[in-house]
Design a protein around this ligand. Structure first.
Ligand code: S3P
Length: 192
Protein backbone atom coordinates (compact mmCIF):
# COMPACT_ATOMS: atom_id res chain seq x y z
CA UNK A 1 0.00 0.00 0.00
CA UNK A 2 1.15 3.48 -0.85
CA UNK A 3 2.08 5.52 2.20
CA UNK A 4 0.13 8.74 2.67
CA UNK A 5 2.17 11.93 2.98
CA UNK A 6 2.33 13.36 6.50
CA UNK A 7 -0.61 15.68 7.15
CA UNK A 8 1.44 18.47 8.71
CA UNK A 9 3.35 19.03 5.53
CA UNK A 10 2.55 20.00 1.94
CA UNK A 11 5.18 20.51 -0.71
CA UNK A 12 4.90 24.08 -2.00
CA UNK A 13 7.59 23.92 -4.71
CA UNK A 14 9.41 21.34 -6.80
CA UNK A 15 12.23 19.33 -5.24
CA UNK A 16 15.13 19.16 -7.70
CA UNK A 17 17.69 16.41 -7.26
CA UNK A 18 21.18 17.20 -8.39
CA UNK A 19 24.38 15.17 -8.22
CA UNK A 20 26.68 12.97 -10.24
CA UNK A 21 25.65 10.17 -12.55
CA UNK A 22 25.23 7.08 -10.42
CA UNK A 23 24.21 8.97 -7.27
CA UNK A 24 20.71 7.48 -7.54
CA UNK A 25 18.74 10.63 -8.43
CA UNK A 26 16.20 8.83 -10.61
CA UNK A 27 15.59 5.71 -8.51
CA UNK A 28 15.47 7.60 -5.21
CA UNK A 29 13.55 10.53 -6.71
CA UNK A 30 10.82 8.23 -8.01
CA UNK A 31 10.32 6.69 -4.59
CA UNK A 32 10.51 10.01 -2.76
CA UNK A 33 7.83 11.42 -5.08
CA UNK A 34 5.63 8.47 -4.11
CA UNK A 35 6.12 9.20 -0.42
CA UNK A 36 5.36 12.89 -0.98
CA UNK A 37 2.41 12.05 -3.23
CA UNK A 38 3.58 14.30 -6.07
CA UNK A 39 4.55 13.49 -9.67
CA UNK A 40 8.08 12.45 -10.54
CA UNK A 41 9.97 13.69 -13.61
CA UNK A 42 13.30 12.52 -14.90
CA UNK A 43 14.71 15.47 -16.88
CA UNK A 44 16.89 13.14 -19.01
CA UNK A 45 13.80 11.13 -20.03
CA UNK A 46 11.89 14.32 -20.81
CA UNK A 47 14.77 15.51 -23.02
CA UNK A 48 14.75 12.16 -24.84
CA UNK A 49 10.99 12.42 -25.34
CA UNK A 50 11.19 15.99 -26.65
CA UNK A 51 14.01 15.11 -29.06
CA UNK A 52 12.71 11.64 -29.89
CA UNK A 53 16.32 10.47 -29.52
CA UNK A 54 18.37 8.85 -26.79
CA UNK A 55 20.92 10.94 -24.88
CA UNK A 56 23.89 9.16 -26.52
CA UNK A 57 22.28 9.87 -29.92
CA UNK A 58 21.81 13.58 -29.07
CA UNK A 59 25.46 13.86 -27.97
CA UNK A 60 26.67 12.01 -31.03
CA UNK A 61 24.54 13.87 -33.57
CA UNK A 62 24.45 17.41 -32.19
CA UNK A 63 27.09 17.58 -29.44
CA UNK A 64 27.00 18.48 -25.78
CA UNK A 65 26.14 22.19 -26.21
CA UNK A 66 22.94 21.27 -28.04
CA UNK A 67 22.07 18.76 -25.32
CA UNK A 68 22.58 21.44 -22.65
CA UNK A 69 20.23 23.83 -24.50
CA UNK A 70 17.53 21.18 -24.53
CA UNK A 71 18.21 20.34 -20.91
CA UNK A 72 17.83 24.00 -19.89
CA UNK A 73 14.49 24.30 -21.72
CA UNK A 74 13.11 21.06 -20.33
CA UNK A 75 14.05 21.89 -16.74
CA UNK A 76 12.53 25.40 -17.09
CA UNK A 77 9.28 23.80 -18.25
CA UNK A 78 9.24 21.23 -15.43
CA UNK A 79 9.85 23.97 -12.86
CA UNK A 80 6.73 25.81 -14.02
CA UNK A 81 4.47 22.93 -13.08
CA UNK A 82 2.90 21.92 -9.79
CA UNK A 83 5.15 20.66 -6.97
CA UNK A 84 6.95 17.54 -8.06
CA UNK A 85 10.24 15.73 -7.64
CA UNK A 86 12.59 16.31 -10.58
CA UNK A 87 15.77 14.29 -11.15
CA UNK A 88 18.26 16.21 -13.28
CA UNK A 89 21.25 14.93 -15.23
CA UNK A 90 24.64 15.35 -13.58
CA UNK A 91 25.63 18.38 -15.66
CA UNK A 92 22.39 20.34 -15.39
CA UNK A 93 23.25 22.29 -12.23
CA UNK A 94 26.58 23.30 -13.78
CA UNK A 95 24.75 25.51 -16.26
CA UNK A 96 24.51 28.97 -14.64
CA UNK A 97 21.08 29.71 -16.12
CA UNK A 98 19.62 26.36 -15.06
CA UNK A 99 21.19 26.79 -11.63
CA UNK A 100 19.57 30.16 -11.04
CA UNK A 101 16.20 28.91 -12.33
CA UNK A 102 16.40 26.07 -9.82
CA UNK A 103 17.47 28.44 -7.03
CA UNK A 104 14.50 30.73 -7.70
CA UNK A 105 11.81 28.11 -8.16
CA UNK A 106 12.69 24.95 -6.30
CA UNK A 107 14.29 23.30 -3.34
CA UNK A 108 17.54 21.79 -4.60
CA UNK A 109 18.92 18.67 -2.99
CA UNK A 110 22.39 17.38 -3.75
CA UNK A 111 22.59 13.59 -3.52
CA UNK A 112 26.26 13.41 -2.63
CA UNK A 113 28.06 10.13 -3.11
CA UNK A 114 31.59 8.87 -2.65
CA UNK A 115 33.63 8.25 -5.78
CA UNK A 116 33.89 4.52 -5.09
CA UNK A 117 30.11 4.15 -4.92
CA UNK A 118 29.65 6.18 -8.12
CA UNK A 119 32.29 4.19 -9.95
CA UNK A 120 30.83 0.85 -8.84
CA UNK A 121 27.55 1.93 -10.41
CA UNK A 122 28.55 3.80 -13.57
CA UNK A 123 31.26 1.34 -14.62
CA UNK A 124 28.57 -1.31 -15.11
CA UNK A 125 26.94 0.62 -17.94
CA UNK A 126 28.04 2.32 -21.14
CA UNK A 127 25.08 4.72 -21.41
CA UNK A 128 26.96 7.85 -20.28
CA UNK A 129 28.53 9.69 -23.22
CA UNK A 130 30.79 11.75 -20.97
CA UNK A 131 32.48 8.60 -19.68
CA UNK A 132 33.32 7.21 -23.12
CA UNK A 133 36.99 8.14 -22.70
CA UNK A 134 40.27 6.23 -22.53
CA UNK A 135 40.28 6.50 -18.76
CA UNK A 136 36.69 6.82 -17.57
CA UNK A 137 37.61 6.60 -13.89
CA UNK A 138 39.93 9.58 -14.24
CA UNK A 139 37.19 11.41 -16.14
CA UNK A 140 34.78 10.67 -13.30
CA UNK A 141 37.29 12.05 -10.81
CA UNK A 142 37.82 15.18 -12.90
CA UNK A 143 34.06 15.74 -13.08
CA UNK A 144 33.80 15.31 -9.30
CA UNK A 145 36.57 17.87 -8.75
CA UNK A 146 34.87 20.39 -11.08
CA UNK A 147 31.34 19.84 -9.94
CA UNK A 148 31.31 19.25 -6.20
CA UNK A 149 32.12 22.88 -5.32
CA UNK A 150 29.15 23.97 -7.47
CA UNK A 151 26.82 21.23 -6.25
CA UNK A 152 27.59 22.53 -2.76
CA UNK A 153 25.38 25.53 -3.59
CA UNK A 154 22.31 23.28 -3.30
CA UNK A 155 19.81 24.08 -0.55
CA UNK A 156 20.24 20.65 1.05
CA UNK A 157 22.76 17.84 0.96
CA UNK A 158 21.76 14.22 1.47
CA UNK A 159 24.48 11.59 1.57
CA UNK A 160 23.81 8.84 -0.99
CA UNK A 161 24.76 5.54 0.60
CA UNK A 162 24.80 1.92 -0.43
CA UNK A 163 21.54 1.18 1.38
CA UNK A 164 18.10 0.29 0.02
CA UNK A 165 16.35 2.70 -2.31
CA UNK A 166 13.51 2.90 0.18
CA UNK A 167 15.85 3.91 3.01
CA UNK A 168 17.43 6.57 0.81
CA UNK A 169 14.03 7.90 -0.29
CA UNK A 170 12.97 8.05 3.38
CA UNK A 171 16.13 10.00 4.28
CA UNK A 172 15.52 12.42 1.42
CA UNK A 173 11.89 13.04 2.37
CA UNK A 174 12.87 13.52 6.02
CA UNK A 175 15.45 16.16 5.02
CA UNK A 176 12.93 17.96 2.79
CA UNK A 177 10.25 17.89 5.47
CA UNK A 178 12.59 19.25 8.06
CA UNK A 179 13.69 22.08 5.81
CA UNK A 180 10.29 23.10 4.42
CA UNK A 181 8.41 22.34 7.61
CA UNK A 182 10.68 24.72 9.49
CA UNK A 183 10.45 27.32 6.73
CA UNK A 184 6.66 27.28 6.90
CA UNK A 185 6.62 27.57 10.67
CA UNK A 186 9.06 30.43 10.89
CA UNK A 187 8.42 32.37 7.72
CA UNK A 188 4.88 31.61 6.69
CA UNK A 189 3.47 33.14 3.53
CA UNK A 190 1.72 36.46 3.13
CA UNK A 191 -2.00 36.04 3.64
CA UNK A 192 -1.71 32.73 5.47
C1 S3P B 1 25.40 13.84 -17.66
C2 S3P B 1 24.66 12.97 -16.91
C3 S3P B 1 23.57 12.15 -17.45
C4 S3P B 1 23.01 12.78 -18.73
C5 S3P B 1 24.11 13.08 -19.68
C6 S3P B 1 25.15 14.05 -19.11
C7 S3P B 1 26.45 14.64 -17.00
O1 S3P B 1 22.52 12.03 -16.50
O2 S3P B 1 22.29 13.95 -18.44
O3 S3P B 1 24.71 11.86 -20.04
O4 S3P B 1 26.86 15.68 -17.55
O5 S3P B 1 26.86 14.25 -15.88
P1 S3P B 1 22.65 11.18 -15.11
O6 S3P B 1 23.30 12.05 -14.11
O7 S3P B 1 21.21 10.90 -14.78
O8 S3P B 1 23.41 9.95 -15.44
Amino acid sequence: MKKKPPQDFALDRPVVLIGMMGAGKSTIGLRAAGLLDVPFYDADKEIEKAADMTIPEIFETFGEAHFRDGERRVIARLLEGKPSVIATGGGAFMDPETRSLIAENALSVWLRAEETLLWSRVSRRSSRPLLQTDNPRQTLNNLIADRYPVYAEADLVVESKDVSKEAMAGALVAAVRERLGQGQKHEGKPGE
